[in-house]
Design a binder for this molecule. Structure first.
Ligand SMILES: NC(=O)c1ccc[n+]([C@@H]2O[C@H](COP(=O)([O-])OP(=O)(O)OC[C@H]3O[C@@H](n4cnc5c(N)ncnc54)[C@H](OP(=O)(O)O)[C@@H]3O)[C@@H](O)[C@H]2O)c1
Length: 313
């Protein structure tokens, strides 16, 4: 491993807060940008780990493929937040893309684990994960103790969580199995909103598949709570499992547009998107009892009010 770090190991107790310095791997992404500002508001110093070279303050450049990193600040890190990964929805799932989707989570996390062993002040590790890890939708409502499915999405999550679990030698570890994240300026809404704005929005496939979702602000509050109370283990993280048809109808309504178009057939979605169409036509039913019992209160609970809030903000 080439490690271009000038790791000044700071053994002094440099924090009066419980946690002062957070390192967000994937901090430049959709979730990471928001979480970074939420943590800063809560008094954290935040470093974002990114492959993009920049001299801007608060950024740490790395190349996980070459296993190189340039930073003298790693020794300050108290909390690692892992939001890494090539975008699952962006490109067709060819064999090489599938490898990239896995490697960009697993190999990067393995390198992060090597770096973590050189962080003397590390107290906690939390990673994003996915709710689509229990296999195809059935009547079963999945809780965290259920086994992983054996489809591709489940395989990504399984391997990623296993890589995260290797941090447990160093500190408590949590994995936030998030549903689809809703916010105005990114994620799924940005991708699907255009036809809805034209009044041509429709449900996908049967429209009956369940899509667990969570507002970006709630997800960031959830990460904050996990960090504050050092949650350990896996957590299904979503406000509700809404059918695709209800979600689509609520989106049209929030935009004050009609909702009359026929469903887009599953076959057409597979033709247009290839195998990744499963993300739209496949669903999952899961339980969020564990986070509720851990004390989390959602600010955004119903799909109608959540989308209305997002669109009219
Ligand atoms: N958004 C959702 O609805 C949702 C739901 C459940 C789970 N998740 C998961 O949560 C994580 C964060 O989601 P997001 O929506 O914020 O993703 P995003 O906007 O695509 O950001 C992902 C981050 O990962 C880094 N990255 C991308 N490809 C990489 C690669 N090949 N090697 C190393 N780093 C790479 C990027 O950092 P640089 O380009 O700066 O290096 C980027 O900041 C992802 O793993 C995603 O699958 C997201």
């Amino acid at each position: 491993m080439q490690l271009f770090s000038f790791l000044c190991i700071n053994t002094s107790n440099q924090s009066t807060h419980m946690y002062k310095t957070a390192l967000i791997a994937g901090g430049t992404g959709f979730i990471g940008r928001k979480l970074s500002s939420v943590l800063k508001e809560r008094g954290f110093r935040v470093y974002k780990l990114s492959r993009k070279k920049t001299s801007r303050r608060g950024y740490i450049n790395w190349n996980p493929e070459l296993q190189t990193i340039e930073s003298k600040n790693l020794s300050k890190v108290n909390v690692i937040i892992n939001l890494l990964g090539a975008n699952i929805a962006e490109k067709r799932w060819t064999e090489s893309r599938k490898k990239e989707l896995i490697d960009s989570r697993v190999k990067t996390t393995n390198f992060l684990r090597i770096l973590a062993s050189q962080m003397p002040n590390l107290e906690y590790y939390v990673s994003a994960s996915g709710i689509n890890c229990y296999g195809p939708e059935s009547e079963q409502v999945h809780s965290e103790s259920d086994p992983f499915g054996d489809d591709f999405l489940s395989e990504i999550v399984k391997q990623w969580e296993e890589a995260s679990d290797k941090f447990s030698d160093l500190c408590p570890v949590a994995k936030i199995r998030s549903g689809v994240v809703l916010a105005k300026h990114g994620g799924i809404l940005k991708k699907v909103i255009f036809p809805f704005k034209l009044g041509l929005g429709s449900a996908l496939g049967s429209g009956k598949q369940h899509m667990p979702w969570i507002h970006l602000d709630d997800l960031c509050r959830l990460f904050s709570l996990a960090i504050q109370f050092k949650w350990e283990g896996s957590y299904n993280s979503f406000a509700a499992c809404t059918s695709n048809k209800d979600l689509s109808r609520a989106l049209a309504k929030s935009l004050r547009r009609p909702f009359f178009m026929p469903n887009i057939p599953e076959k057409l979605l597979y033709f247009l998107l290839g195998e990744r169409a499963i993300m739209l036509v496949g669903g999952i039913k899961a339980s969020n009892q564990k986070i509720l019992q851990a004390g989390f209160n959602f600010q955004h609970k119903t799909i109608e009010s959540t989308l209305k809030h997002i669109i009219r903000k």
